[in-house]
Design a protein around this ligand. Structure first.
Ligand code: BGC
Length: 758
């Protein structure tokens, strides 16, 4: 490792400022005289998009394996598999001379309409965080850097460069930050990429609160923070906020602005030096991995196929799947010939090869005859004759398999979806085919939920195949024929209709503002709380076998929050074929000082079982599994009391409930102040001790005056209930005549006593 400090001392101010801005679209600025090389970054996240000329923007990239996108990856619930995929991504990055891969994306799916949802994992921060950790560990374990993005609250594309996301602190801490926090703390990404949007008034590229206070100081992030491409508005302000590297470059004017700011004293040189130090650390770290060579195209295609197969979610199956013994299979839908396997935008990969779904099906169909009809066009125009042709084929076949892909331009970086709908033609096609052929299987290619109520009752099976990567066509065939038993489960809720979705009334905002009015309640947290029926719940997915959950245990029925808890359950494959099951553990707080979601995912495990086999699944629940973020204390707290651990096959399929008692070991700071209400005084043991006797006296006096005990003078109130939400000062002011000193002085004295108590 180079002596970074000595390099910084040798660098001129101009060289330091230049290092903090890219030299080109994909490279950092080298300093040849000091032996500081350039560093090459490339998208990301589910493949390496390395353009041939790294000093230009470039569109068509060099061939690389296009793995499934994040919606599919998340549906695997398989951290080991993501780790392997990460290793493969790193091998490709090395072969393509890439130092840092720009991913994974780790934002929450606030609305199913989000244009980049296909690039993000989940609506649940715990699941997303765990998946990001293993993908990053897989990549970085091989010496290639990652860029965890887009930090933070980048949940829509509408006005994505400018919109101000208004998110309250608790929601930020419990929903929008934890997936980043886990990844930063546990996997230590080399770089974190800021978001374009503003959060609570500050640009993602400038927010000192986000970049410096939380990311660097609180979470201990020691890598570099890179801007999203073009996210910097004011280079000096962004350096002050904590943004180390601006991309892309070159930006001569901005480099000069930094130099001028240091010379004029507006920017402390120490701030610039700190960013230089962070950048040099990563630049030289990247040098430790020799680049070049080749990657194993076949092996990676196979791995992409395995990931795609494991991510597929069998949503409905009346028994038609797996296909067996059919003589004539009508294959309908242009996605059977033109695989739709990735989304639009910066993540777009030039695949090394593409498995054509129709051919893959044919090669596994043994003696069956396959016929094909296109069924629908590439856009959303309507053509009845295509439907008629498909219906003709379907009628005479033993089974119809419909490959339905959302038109590719519908899901892309840069804009959101307008609705959850398939095209009018696709819906009409499915209905018409299902009418003549009850054995209709629908295979879907999309990156986020689509509405199905119009047609799902009429079809025999639905397989969610996602944006499945280049090998997905083969994976579909494997699942349809039962060569692979589907084991994917949804990492996001499928709503019945758009109007049911959590952010519906606050989406996508306007006039530069979007208010996250649903607060903590996104995804299943919302559907649980409002008891809104859904099409398919979070965590749901069918298999060709069945699983029994038995012998749930906890390491102790009473436990200290700091010690955490171990939960185990036996899973048995009770069917006839081997399979994998994603077992989920949710925590429900029976009683809490602040409103909490009905339940939250806090653990999961994927287990593979032969028919009849039983394995014990075990997970750890730590302090955070029970804690919530208290905006008043500005910290994560636990409250003593009873919690339920729900052992589940999905958010709507709870197999066992275990009740445990938590003993909180926290000693909370005293946050009582002049505005604290009687309820807040009483909730704090110190407050209770200080005002308890006084309150009794005052309540008794007031109850005599205002209560309706004697039926004559009272005004029918329970005085104590009224006092609960009044500040102490107001209560005292009501008693003026009876007090021995002014109310204000009394409050000051009582506050001092409370704050001085242990
Ligand atoms: C995207 C990033 C991407 C970058 C470089 C931006 O527009 O938001 O996700 O890594 O471009 O292509």
């Amino acid at each position: 490792m180079k002596n970074i400090q000595s390099l910084i001392e040798q660098m001129s101010l101009e060289e330091k400022a230049a290092l903090c801005t890219g030299a080109s679209f994909w490279t950092t600025t080298p300093v040849e005289r000091l032996g500081i090389p350039e560093m090459l970054v490339s998208d990301g996240p589910h493949g390496v998009r390395r353009v041939p000329d790294v000093h230009s923007i470039g569109a068509k990239s060099l061939p690389a394996t296009c793995f499934p996108t994040a919606s599919s990856l998340a549906s695997t619930w398989d951290v080991d598999l993501l780790h392997k995929m990460g290793e493969a991504l790193a091998e490709e990055a090395i072969a393509l001379n890439v130092d840092v891969l720009l991913g994974p994306g780790n934002n929450m799916k606030r609305s199913p309409l989000g244009g980049r949802n296909f690039e993000y994992f989940s609506e649940d921060p715990y699941l997303a965080g765990e998946l990001a950790v293993s993908l990053i560990n897989g990549i970085q374990g091989r010496g290639v850097g990652t860029s965890l993005k887009h930090f933070a609250a980048n949940n829509q594309e509408f006005q994505r460069f400018t919109i101000n996301a208004q998110v309250d602190e608790r929601t930020l801490r419990e929903i929008y930050l934890p997936a980043f926090e886990k990844a930063v703390k546990q996997a230590k990404p080399w770089t974190v990429m800021c978001a374009y949007n503003k959060l609570n008034g500050s640009y993602g590229s400038e927010s000192h609160a986000l970049l410096t206070d939380i990311l660097k100081n609180e979470w201990g992030f020691d890598g570099l923070i890179v801007s999203d491409w073009g996210a910097v508005h004011d280079r000096v302000a962004s350096l002050k906020g904590g943004l180390d590297l601006e991309m892309p470059g070159p930006q001569e004017k901005r480099v000069k602005a930094v130099v001028d700011a240091v010379l004029s004293g507006e920017l402390e040189e120490a701030i610039l030096n700190e960013s230089v130090r962070r950048i040099l650390n990563i630049v030289f770290k990247a040098q430790e991995t020799p680049k070049g060579g080749e990657f194993d195209v076949d092996a990676h295609h196979k791995l992409a196929q395995k990931v795609a197969a494991e991510g597929m979610v069998l949503l409905k199956n009346d028994g038609i799947l797996p296909l067996k013994g059919q003589q004539h299979i009508a294959v309908i839908g242009r996605a059977a010939e033109n695989a739709h396997f990735q989304g639009g935008g910066s993540s777009h990969i030039n695949a090394t090869r593409v498995a054509v779904p129709f051919k893959e099906l044919q090669s596994r169909a043994e003696n069956a005859e396959l016929t094909y009809a296109e069924g629908y066009p590439a856009d959303d125009s309507f053509h009845q004759e295509m439907i008629d042709q498909a219906v003709g084929l379907a009628r005479s076949a033993d089974v119809a398999v419909l490959y339905i892909a959302l038109p590719s331009y519908k899901e892309s970086e840069g804009y959101d979806r307008a609705d959850l709908d398939l095209t009018v033609q696709q819906v009409a096609l499915i209905k018409a085919v299902a009418k003549v052929q009850p054995k209709t299987v629908v295979v879907l290619n999309n990156g986020a939920p689509v509405a199905m109520s119009a047609w799902i009752d009429g079809v025999a099976a639905v397989l969610e195949a996602w944006m499945m990567g280049q090998a997905g066509g083969a994976a579909i065939a494997d699942v349809l024929f039962g060569k692979v038993n589907p084991s994917g489960k949804l990492a996001e809720t499928y709503p019945l209709k758009l109007g049911d979705t959590p952010a519906y009334l606050n989406w996508p905002g306007g006039a530069g503002e979007v208010r996250y009015g649903e607060g903590l309640f996104i995804g299943y947290r919302y559907y649980d709380a409002r008891q809104v029926p859904v099409l398919f719940p979070f965590g749901y997915g069918l298999s060709y076998t069945t699983f029994a959950y038995s012998n749930p245990t906890v390491s102790g029925s009473t436990f200290k929050d700091a010690d955490g808890l171990t939960v185990t359950v036996d899973i048995t494959n009770t069917g006839k074929v081997a399979g994998m099951e994603a077992v989920q553990f949710y925590v429900h707080d029976q009683k809490s000082g602040l409103v909490r979601p009905e339940k939250e995912l806090k653990g999961f495990a994927k287990v593979e079982l032969q028919p009849g086999e039983t394995k014990t699944v075990s997970i750890q629940l730590d302090f955070r599994a029970f804690a919530f973020y208290h905006p008043k204390y500005r910290m994560w707290i636990t409250e003593s009391g009873d919690f339920d651990i729900l052992v589940a096959a999905s958010a709507a399929d709870i197999r066992h409930t275990l009740t445990v008692t938590l003993e909180s070991s926290l000693s909370l700071p005293c946050v009582l102040d002049k505005e604290s209400t009687i309820r807040e005084w009483l909730e704090d043991p110190r407050g209770q001790a200080v005002i308890g006797p006084l309150l009794q006296q005052m309540t008794a006096m007031s109850q005599q005056a205002f209560g309706d005990d004697d039926g004559s003078e009272g005004i029918g109130m329970n005085v104590m209930d009224m006092f609960m939400d009044m500040p102490l000062l107001s209560v005292l002011l009501f008693q003026q005549g009876a007090l021995t000193m002014p109310a204000e002085e009394m409050v000051d004295g009582l506050l001092m006593q409370a704050h001085n108590m242990k």
